[in-house]
Ligand binder design. Structure first.
Ligand SMILES: NC(=O)c1ccc[n+]([C@@H]2O[C@H](COP(=O)([O-])OP(=O)(O)OC[C@H]3O[C@@H](n4cnc5c(N)ncnc54)[C@H](OP(=O)(O)O)[C@@H]3O)[C@@H](O)[C@H]2O)c1
Length: 319
C-alpha cells in the first residue's frame, strides 16, 4: 500500500506515518519541512507549500491513498485535488469534531447536523475553523464520492502533543497540591490518543472505507485526567472548583456546560471499523514520559503556579 501524507511530520501526521510504516506501507510525506522532528528512515520527503500553492513536488507519483492532515480552507483541498486527480485511489481528509453545530445533546453520531460551510477565512478562529472544515469536507466528497473518507477527531493528545492543552492538566496533576479547576470535576472529556486516530486511518485505508468517522477517545472527566496524572507521578491532589470566569477565555479544555454534549459523542462507527482505544492511563503515562524526555519546556497557556495560588487566595481557598 502506497500512502501520501499531506503533513506527515506534524503531531497527528507523525502518528499516522508511524502506524503506516508498522503496517508495511510505503510512505511519502509532503510539507514545508518545518514542523516536528525528522521523519523516520524510509519515508520519502517532498517539499512544498500549500499557503503559496506550491505543489510542484506532487506533479508525478501514484498512491493508493492520500491522507490530508494540513487542509484547512477549500483552496487547500481544491488545489491538492487538482494536482493529484486520479493518481490517488482514496482521499482521506482529516476534518474535526468542530464541524458539528454547537449545543448538541450527548450521544450524537456522524449524522448530527454540521455548521454552515465557509469557503475561506483570513484567520482560523473558534468561529471559522469548523465551518471551513465543513466546506473542505463537501469539496472532497463532491470530487471523490465513494473514494472520499472523512475523519473527525475530537481533542487529540499523545506523545508529541506540543499544543499544551491536555498537557497543562496532565502536568498540573503530576505536580500535586491544591488544583484550581474553573469547571465542575465531572466535566466530561473524550480525549483521543493520536495513535488511535492513526490506527483508525490505516484501518480505513486498508479496508477501503468511505464516509465520515468520529475519532474520539474513551469517556473520562477532567478530574479523572488530573488524578490519573497525579497517581502516575506519586502525587496527591485536592481539586478546588473556582468560577469559570475567574480564568482567561479559552482556558485549556474548558467549555461552557451548554457545550458538554460535544464531549459525549458516539464513537460506535469508528470502533466498529476497527479503531483502537488506548486507556486514558496509558496515554497520560506516555505523554508524561515524552514531556520529561524533551525537558518539560515552559507552557504558554494555563495558569502559572503563582497565578493559581493568587486565584485560590482571592477565592478564600488557601493555595
Ligand atoms: N490536534 C488536535 O487536537 C486536532 C483535533 C481535531 C482535528 N485536528 C486536525 O488534524 C490535523 C493535524 O493536526 P495537528 O495537530 O497534527 O497539526 P500540526 O501538528 O500543526 O501539523 C500540521 C502539518 O501541516 C504541515 N503544514 C503546515 N502548513 C503547511 C503548508 N503551508 N504547506 C504544507 N504543509 C503545511 C506541517 O508541516 P510543515 O510545518 O513542515 O509544513 C505539519 O506536517 C489538522 O487538519 C487539524 O485540523 C487536530
Amino acid at each position: 500500500m502506497r500512502i501520501l501524507m499531506l503533513g506527515g511530520n506534524g503531531f497527528v501526521g507523525r502518528a499516522i506515518v508511524d502506524d503506516a510504516l508498522a503496517q508495511g506501507y510505503e510512505v511519502t510525506s509532503f510539507s514545508r519541512g518545518k514542523s516536528g522532528s525528522p521523519l523516520p528512515p524510509g519515508v520519502t520527503q517532498l517539499i512544498g507549500d500549500r499557503e503559496t500553492g506550491d505543489y510542484s513536488a506532487l506533479r508525478t507519483g501514484e498512491w493508493d491513498a492520500v491522507v490530508d492532515t494540513s487542509g484547512f480552507r477549500t483552496r487547500d483541498v481544491d488545489q491538492a485535488m487538482d494536482v493529484l486527480g486520479d493518481r490517488v485511489g482514496r482521499y482521506v481528509f482529516i476534518s474535526s469534531h468542530a464541524v458539528y453545530v454547537r449545543d448538541l445533546p450527548a450521544g450524537t453520531d456522524e449524522t448530527a447536523p454540521r455548521r454552515e460551510p465557509l469557503r475561506d477565512a483570513d484567520v482560523l478562529t473558534n468561529d471559522t475553523y469548523g465551518r471551513c472544515k465543513v466546506a473542505c469536507e463537501d469539496d472532497v466528497v463532491e470530487r471523490y464520492g465513494d473514494r472520499a473518507t472523512l475523519v473527525r477527531p475530537g481533542r487529540v493528545t499523545g506523545p508529541g502533543d506540543s499544543s499544551g492543552t491536555a498537557l497543562y492538566w496532565i502536568r498540573r496533576g503530576a505536580r500535586g497540591g491544591r488544583v484550581a479547576l474553573p469547571t465542575k470535576p465531572e466535566a466530561p472529556l473524550q480525549l483521543v490518543d493520536s495513535r488511535d486516530v492513526a490506527g483508525l486511518i490505516t484501518r480505513l485505508v486498508t479496508d477501503n472505507r468511505a464516509g465520515a468517522y468520529n475519532a474520539i477517545g474513551p469517556d473520562s472527566t477532567i478530574a479523572e485526567l488530573i488524578r490519573t496524572a497525579a497517581e502516575l507521578s506519586g502525587s496527591t491532589v485536592d481539586i478546588v472548583p473556582v468560577p469559570f470566569d475567574a480564568v482567561p477565555r479559552r482556558f485549556p479544555l474548558m467549555d461552557p456546560e451548554a457545550e458538554w454534549g460535544e464531549r459525549r459523542r458516539n464513537p460506535a462507527k469508528a470502533r466498529a471499523a476497527g479503531m483502537p482505544v488506548t486507556p486514558l492511563r496509558t496515554t497520560v503515562a506516555d505523554v508524561l514520559q515524552w514531556d520529561h524526555d524533551r525537558g518539560t519546556p515552559p507552557l504558554t497557556i494555563g495558569l502559572t503556579p503563582e497565578a493559581e495560588a493568587t486565584l485560590l487566595t482571592q477565592h478564600n481557598l488557601p493555595g
